[in-house]
Design a protein around this ligand. Sequence first.
Ligand code: ADP
Ligand code: ZN
Length: 615
Amino acid sequence: MENKDKKQQNSFNNFSKFSIIYILIGIFMVYMYQFYSTTEKTTISYSQFKQLVEQGKIKKCKISEKYIKGTYIAKDNKTKKFITVAVDDPNLVKDLQKHNVDFSGTITNTWLTNLIFGWILPFGFLFFLWWLMTKKMRGTSGGLFGFGKSRFKVYLNEKPDVKFSDVAGAEEAKQEIQEIVEFLKDPDKYKRLGGRAPKGVLLVGAPGTGKTLLAKATAGEAGTPFISISGSEFVEMFVGVGASRVRDLFNEAKKLSPCIVFIDEIDAIGKSRALNSLTSNDEREQTLNQLLAEMDGFDSSVGVIIMAATNRPEVLDPALMRPGRFDRQIIVDKPDVKGREAILKVHIKKIKIGNDVNVETLAKMTPGLVGADLANIVNEAALLAARENKDAVNMEHFEEAIERQLAGLKKKNRVIKEDEKKRVAYHESGHAIIAYLLPGADPVHKISIVPRGLSALGYTQQLPTDEKYLITKEDMLDKVAVLFGGRAAEEIVFGSISTGAQNDLMRATDIVRAIITQFGMDEKLGLVVFEKPGGNQFLTSEGILKERDEISEKTKELIDEEISRMMREIYERAKKILLENRDKLEILANELLQKEIINEEELKAVMEGKNGLQD
Ligand code: ADP
Ligand code: ZN
């Protein structure tokens, strides 16, 4: 981020220097032209000139191909300059001699003025306009001729001194990356020991979660160079240049190996080709193809690791994820309470804090915030303290800084309110408890109320135990009950329901509809299959609705009735289960509010009554 700013500044300096020179030259030329051509010169006609010669009023003149310039005595007896257009006049010399005019011939250097005014200035101006226009396209890449060969590099090459200890919280990610560090430290040894050399690593996570930091730390730990470029910088440039940049980048990387190449915002070039077939962007596609070709082209023993970051993995072209490319994906999640505390500690180390500062409390005050936000808060708190001339940063400064940060984020809709968080905690606990108790549901792996994006405030992650090819009706009913668990919990605890269950309800409806119309599992409608399964039988209802045209009105009504009856029954069942486990719901939701993330074992402990809250 900082680096980007610096580059922008550079290109701004280039721009202003360049244009100031141009403006100065322009002013100078206009001035010279004025000085030589028009100052105090009277333009007279040739006949007037001849008349003046007759009258003996011309003193001196210079005759060139096109003009006659000279001095004459005006009516007020003052000597004035004149200029007139020369005509083909064979008597001119005779007349001049007759009237004692001091005359001489000159060859005017019109070619120079012609050259300057007719060619250099207009073309210079056009070139300047073109430069201005293309400047934007070239983005932040500096230099007038900075396209094509990378004489002016868009990528940064550094040897970061960031270490894993500077990256707090992301323990899982660090563990996975450790292997990359081992490889970079000694590629040959790694291969000798039989490790399959890694090539591409995709870091997936929201902005500010520390993906760049993590990549830098990988280079820092391994002591290798770190070459970085942003995906958007590839495509903002001239047509055809993106691909050659990629080539340059890889050539450079091979020279510097072992090293890390980091491509930020890879979605800018790696967007799925299928996704926007309408607005195809040849430039981006060429760049992507070149990237794929380069990644396939080099042997992993070269010791170059490509790391890329994105916060939208779902839009990436699947080709990027094939073996030998970005076949490793590392999730860099938003931090939970413990993670935030660790991140705050890393940044607080750099400043002097007062005794009253409680980092644990600060972590609790900042749900949903990412590493970049927390770094900002510490920085802001230090500034606030400095403004007050304090020699240590106190709790009040942190509180003020958090408030400011939250206010800023609130505008961008990134902050969850306390009561919303509570609702999400009960909602997810509802899912989890039912999933834990019903045999047909997949076991719960993780419950989280760390918001992931605007739409998902929390999630309950279930992992199927083993691949099942046959699903019984009971299994499906259990799954629907789990989906209803969230909404049922909200109703029980708050007496009201929220929009948070919309996705749950959609999925539930799809399953119930399939039970009735595709699998012939309903008593009333019997064994008839009314609808063909869609691409994904549980997730989409597209295509299914079309088929309904062929069914009689009466049957349609019956289907709808049966769907809502079954849904109601399952919902009541879910509610009953939660009411019977009301105490567990309370404990789980509160634990979730504190820890933000609960894993399988912790859920088990709560459900088996082993774990109450210790406060
Ligand atoms: P991303 O690349 O995911 O958008 P960055 O790596 O640019 O995020 O993070 C921006 C800044 O936020 C970092 O320079 C660092 O100061 C801070 N930061 C983010 N995550 C962490 C973390 N896990 N530990 C410490 N600092 C972090
Ligand atoms: Zn839900």
